[in-house]
Design a protein around this ligand. Structure first.
Ligand code: NAD
Length: 257
């Protein structure tokens, strides 16, 4: 068990990558704090973990709100006595997100509030707790779009994920001597609700698929396995890195037929 005796908090734990990670981390021995804005889905994840013999609790929080983030860390420490891992994974992709000219201000602001401010607030309140635990691991979900431009425009989302990479890098350097590691995870296009809602026609899906050398969308659990690696001591000499798990999309100039 790679996370035995560890306490892990995962935001956006009710669905997609977050859900797959909660289930996997619990299977690997972690006590898991499942954080989501959606009470119903996260409560179901906790049930699933408990019925498999694991230990988890659910906390409703909006990661874009400071008081919610402060409270989720406090509650995690209160329940389990420590915090060793935070996976800042909650994020949105707004269907109104488009080009620089057409994206409205509300969409831009909402995207930044959740995808960037949410990651910062998670770290802001988790770092003192990780320090109290003698160190720990922070994993922040960015995206392959932080590394590549896409003609299927989503300018606010792409900008927000670029910010997550820059933020992660600097945080890693600042806290490296405190035994707090900070890494970013860059998933490629996945078969999750978030992306399938955005790529809502076969034409849009195929437009994305032709760029993926592997010729398929990834599964949430394939990202959860990478998150587990970054969260666990298996990655003990890694900090400030950007782990791409993307079916080869960022390596390709031309993809095979
Ligand atoms: P998802 O929509 O399946 O899950 C996201 C979860 O976050 C949901 O349960 C949602 O309720 C929760 N959430 C949304 N806003 C929140 C808030 N303000 N506070 C707390 N929880 C909130 O999405 P996913 O595909 O699993 O994506 C997870 C992360 O991975 C996101 O950061 C996303 O940008 C990133 N990502 C996804 C893909 C993809 O193809 N799906 C690719 C690259 C990166």
């Amino acid at each position: 068990m790679r996370l035995k005796n560890k306490v892990a908090l995962i935001t956006g734990g009710g669905s997609g990558i977050g859900k797959a990670s909660c289930l996997l981390f619990a299977k690997e021995g972690a006590r898991v704090v499942v954080v989501d804005i959606s009470e119903e889905s996260a409560a179901m994840v906790v049930e699933q973990i408990k019925s498999a013999g694991g230990d988890a609790l659910f906390l409703k929080a909006d990661v874009s709100k400071a008081e919610d983030c402060l409270e989720m860390i406090r509650a995690a420490e209160e329940a389990y006595g420590q915090l060793n891992i935070i996976f800042n994974n909650a994020g949105i992709m707004d269907s109104n997100d488009d080009t620089a000219e057409t994206t409205d201000e509300d969409t831009w602001d909402r995207t930044m509030q959740i995808n960037v401010k949410g990651v910062w607030l998670g770290c802001k309140y988790a770092i003192p707790a990780l320090r109290r635990a003698g160190g720990g691991s922070i994993v922040n979900t960015a995206s392959f779009v932080a590394r590549l431009g896409a003609a299927t425009a989503q300018i606010a989302y792409t900008t927000s994920k670029g910010a997550v990479l820059a933020f992660t890098r600097e945080l890693a350097v600042i806290h490296a001597r405190e035994n707090i590691r900070v890494n970013a995870l860059c998933p490629g296009p996945l078969k999750t609700e978030l992306l399938m809602k955005f790529l809502d026609t076969e034409a849009k899906k195929n437009r994305r698929l032709i760029h993926i050398p592997m010729g398929r969308f990834g599964e949430a659990v394939e990202i959860a396995k990478a998150a587990l690696f970054l969260a666990s001591d298996d990655s003990s000499f890694m900090t400030g890195s950007e782990l791409l798990v993307d079916g080869g999309i960022t390596a390709a100039y031309v993809t095979p037929e």
